[in-house]
Ligand binder design. Structure first.
Ligand code: PLP
Length: 232
């Protein structure tokens, strides 16, 4: 959320836009949640119904408001089909938090971007073992801080970071075709050489918004030290 391409914010172009407020994201609604936006009115009309079990008002005058029931469940036909509604509602408390955080999205994004670029520049000026994707415009919000580790040194890098420096980097995200479920579903084989190469050599640094400056600086220095030890 808040990223741009060609000066247009994500969500202002295309037929649909989907924003995640999962806890990993730059803003979150207490762990889970999301927002769907769309261009066409026919979809905008149906989405609130799909979101909440298809609950809607009766389309006729009722002498008694409780008859035949308080409300109806119905959905208009969409592109020749009737869809099954569900319950994807975001609660009041989550929404209240989301509305407040939305006011700070530009500030949060720019703080994350500034930190990421600082980290990338500092590391890149001392070692070429980590390769980052550096974008210093508002195109990129760095919701994660990720690098490719060169020369097959991912395991030694992660091991030293965690065992010697107490910093637990992680790897994300395992290509779907490697998970047991997707293999069972017949999606085990995929011709995705870039994904394979990236995942097998990638590292993701701790990068939540509430890391203190001291913690962040410690991570930067520790990373430099480990790179120096293994860079030869
Ligand atoms: C955010 C994120 C999710 C969670 O998205 P939701 O739509 O909120 O469930 C899953 N996978 C990746 C890679 C993500 O970045």
């Amino acid at each position: 959320m808040g990223t741009e391409i060609g000066g247009n914010k994500a969500g202002t172009f295309g037929d649909f836009g989907v924003f995640s407020f999962h806890s990993h994201k730059n803003i979150t609604t207490l762990g889970e949640g999301g927002m769907l936006i769309c261009k066409e009115k026919k979809y905008a009309d149906i989405i609130p119904l799909l979101r909440h079990n298809g609950h809607t008002a009766w389309d006729f005058e009722r002498p008694n408001y409780w008859t035949p029931a308080m409300g109806n469940v119905d959905l208009p036909e969409l592109d020749g089909k009737y869809l099954m509604p569900n319950n994807f509602s975001l609660g009041e408390v989550e929404s209240a938090l989301g509305i407040e955080l939305l006011k700070r999205i530009d500030q949060i994004n720019s703080e994350k971007r500034k930190r990421a670029i600082y980290f990338i520049d500092e590391i890149s000026s001392t070692s070429s073992l980590l390769k980052f994707h550096r974008v210093d415009t508002t195109q990129h919000n760095y919701h994660l801080l990720v690098a490719e580790v060169k020369d097959g040194k991912k395991d030694i890098f992660m091991k030293k970071m965690s065992e010697e420096k107490g910093i637990q980097c992680v790897v994300q995200y395992y290509p779907l075709n490697r998970y047991d479920l997707y293999k069972k579903l017949g999606f085990g084989d995929a011709n995705i050489p870039n994904t394979d190469k990236f995942f097998d050599n990638m590292v993701s640094f701790p990068f939540h918004h509430y890391m203190s400056d001291e913690e962040f600086e410690y991570m930067l220095q520790a990373t430099k030290e480990v790179l120096e030890e293994i860079d030869n």
